[in-house]
Structure formats: C-alpha cells, structure tokens
Design a protein. Structure first.
Length: 198
C-alpha cells in the first residue's frame, strides 16, 4: 500500500484520515517521519494547506496530504476562520477555544447563530508539484449555547447539525465522516486520486 504523509500531529485528524483512507493509503504523521512544522502564514485555508503539504513532502520525501480547516461564524464576521486552532491564544486548546466562542456569542439571538466548518485539503505528489489537487468543502450548522456530546474534537461540542438535530460531538465517528466538511472533502479527494491513477 502506498505511503503518504499527513501534514499534522493532531491525533483526532490522523485518526479520521486513517479511517477514511483505510485500504487505499497508509497514512503516516509528521512525528512518524520527524517532520518539523512550518509557520502557517497564509491568509486562506487553501494557502495554509499548501504550505503544510509542500513542507511535509519536502522533509519526508513522500507524497503529502494536508488540510487546513476551521469554523467560520457569521455573527463574528467569519472568525475564528484560519485561526480556529489558536483562537483563545494557545494552539490546540479546544476547551478555551470553544469557551471563547460561547462567551462571544452569548448575546446573539438564536436566528443569527449560523456557522460552518470549512475544510481545504491539498494533495501533492512531491514538494514542487505544480498541479496539486485542491478540494474545499463546507458543513453548515449553528453555534449552540452550551456544549453537548463527547465525540470528536475541537469545536464539535458547540456545533449544532440541523439535519441530525444534535451536536457534532453527539454523532458517531461514522455519521460524522459521512457528512462533515472533512469527510466530504476526503471523499472528493479519493475520487480525484483514483481518477489520476487510472
């Protein structure tokens, strides 16, 4: 099975990608290959994903997959957006990040709490790949007033999914992977990868 590197050390993401790419690719993490992180200096999800994918491929010598994703809240003018992982100041502090959104949204009426998860996935064959595969997908929902559920990671406990009438963190991993921004982007990416190897 072909080995690819996922430009992430986020265990939640690595688990999701391995489940979804099972039988197609063996996904290794940056820590598996001693790849050092690179500053995400892009202004969009796509720019940051490209930066991460090229860096991981260059350091590992493997084809690389990177995603940059986050939550975009309409009432907060699109924040936290590309800063989702470090919204409250410390990178990866899920508890502080979700609490900051809940605090900032406390006075926002129920009919103005729309938000979406956004995911940009990039695949490069090598570090200088001039034709990367770029996929973007969104997942529409609303910001809850308090946390619910134990599954997932990040903002899942405060993201209400109207189609399922529950928080993302109340969905099973299988349900989430079927309908989430990352799940839809990965499904589209798999189709692209299979088409390019025919």
């Amino acid at each position: 099975m072909k080995k690819i590197i996922l430009a992430s050390n986020n265990q939640g993401k690595i688990k999701e990608f391995n489940i979804m790419l099972q039988g197609v690719y063996e996904v290794v993490s940056m820590s598996d290959m001693n790849v050092e992180e690179v500053p995400e200096i892009g202004l969009t999800f796509v720019e940051n994903a490209l930066i991460k994918a090229r860096n991981a491929s260059e350091q590992s010598g493997l084809p690389a997959l990177a995603d940059d994703s986050g939550i975009v809240v309409d009432a907060l003018n699109g924040e936290p957006g590309i800063y989702s992982a470090r919204y409250a100041g410390t990178h990866g502090d899920d508890e502080a990040n979700t609490q900051k959104i809940l605090d900032e949204m406390s006075d926002i009426p129920d009919d103005q709490r729309s938000a979406r998860f956004w995911c940009a996935i990039v695949f490069v064959e090598h570090a200088n790949d001039p034709t990367p595969i770029i996929i973007q997908r969104g997942w529409e929902g609303e910001i809850l007033r308090e946390k619910a559920g134990e599954n997932g990671f990040g903002y899942d406990p405060i993201f209400y999914v109207p189609t399922h009438k529950k928080a993302s963190a109340q969905l099973s991993p299988e349900q989430k992977n079927d309908i989430s921004h990352r799940g839809k982007a990965l499904q589209a990416l798999l189709l692209e990868l299979q088409a390019s190897t025919i």
